[in-house]
Ligand binder design. Structure first.
Ligand code: GLU
Length: 368
């Protein structure tokens, strides 16, 4: 696998890459990273950055020690540090003519389907505007029960939501080792993981979990999420200057290869919905369009059954009520009732606000 073949890439950077042990911001490193991103952009890649560092930068500004912070205080510190973090990105990335935006997510934003679909559209719109979203957990409001707490798993869910091809976790270790290399001389870097049960069966977890500032177990959890989403994942050492360039040139990292294709993963998810919330009955013309891989437009819909919200699972039936597809509806049932049979260009006028033009987008639909 090479990043060259990946179209959408999520890159997660840990606090230890941005701030060194003496609490100094690693500005030179960030510049070299921005240069790498510029190269990827020149290759027409869509990039999302997941960056930690809000609490670390807040602590620097306020002269606090991260270890002594209680949750409520750390939320306030994150609020102070998050703008420091974005300022740092803005100043550095603008030198390379790279546009950045900020997205702060909580657990519910990725776990609740409707909110995750909204987030997905925002990512897509930012790509279209040629902006690089910089994501962090919304630490200021995330409490223990509703908190990711680590950006490894957050990054993997972002990769899943955005249908990304690759997730790169830049850490301060080379990757996943068989044992803790600081203790055992015979520890080996695992270069490739295809099958978790087979390839990781001899892993001595105890010793390796302390490796990497965020720990290894959250990284393995992230890899499992990626595998199910058809996304490849890399754990690599990001401490070096030009870390992405290094990954592209030298095979010194752990690669988790996804066994299923991206499309398969998505199709599986859509098709395996246990309770579609409603039905759309379509005409022959729309049925033919779906067969040819097109999206479902309002003009081809004859009737709506059931009550559903935007983003819910629905069945698509032909005029003899035979199921021909399943998908995620971009409109609520109330909205579809108003727009069915109409041309897409009329939708805005009928509803009184701007929306998507496809009722079920082809990427959100599986033909049966
Ligand atoms: N969201 C936290 C921060 O910005 C970091 C979480 C992590 O490092 O995984 O400080």
């Amino acid at each position: 696998m090479s990043l060259k073949n990946s179209n959408i890439i999520v890159i997660k950077i840990g606090s230890s890459l941005l701030v060194d042990k003496n609490k100094k911001i690693r500005k030179k490193w960030l510049s070299s990273f921005a240069k790498d991103i510029q190269k990827l952009k020149n290759m027409n890649k869509k990039i999302i950055i997941v960056s930690s560092g809000a609490i670390a930068l807040g602590c620097i500004k306020m002269h606090f020690n991260k270890k002594n912070l209680k949750l409520d205080k750390s939320q306030a510190i994150a609020s102070i540090g998050q703008i420091e973090l974005m300022n740092l990105f803005l100043n550095t990335f603008s030198k390379y003519n790279l546009n950045i935006s900020q997205i702060l997510l909580t657990l519910e934003d990725t776990e609740e389907r409707r909110r995750s679909l909204n987030a997905k559209r925002t990512f897509e719109n930012l790509f279209n505007l040629n902006f690089i979203p910089v994501v962090n957990e919304n630490d200021t409001i995330a409490t223990t029960e509703i908190k990711y707490g680590d950006n490894d798993r957050l990054a993997s869910r972002v990769a899943q939501i955005t249908n990304s091809d690759a997730l790169v976790l830049l850490s301060d270790v080379d990757g996943l080792y068989t044992k803790n290399p600081k203790i055992f001389k015979d520890a080996k870097l695992i270069k490739k993981v295809g099958d978790f049960n087979k390839d990781l069966k001899d892993l001595n977890f105890k010793g390796i979990n302390e490796l990497g500032s965020g720990g290894m177990s959250t990284k393995i959890e992230a890899a499992k999420i990626c595998q199910l989403s058809g996304c490849n994942m890399i754990i690599a050492n990001g401490l070096y200057l030009n870390p992405i360039d290094k990954i592209m040139k030298k095979n010194n990292f752990t690669l988790f290869v996804s066994k299923i294709s991206k499309l398969d993963a998505r199709k599986k998810w859509i098709i395996s919905s246990v309770s579609p919330k409603g039905e759309l009955i379509i005409d022959d013309g729309a049925k033919k369009a779906l067969k040819n891989g097109k999206s479902l437009l309002a003009a081809g819909i004859k009737k709506v059954n059931g009550k559903f919200s935007k983003g819910d699972h629905i069945k698509i039936l032909d005029k003899s009520y035979k199921e021909c597809a399943r998908g995620l509806c971009s409109f609520s049932s109330n909205e579809v009732v108003k727009i069915l049979g109409h041309q897409s260009k009329e939708i805005e006028k009928i509803l009184g606000y701007t929306t998507k033009s496809e009722v079920v987008h082809k990427d959100d639909m599986v033909e049966i």
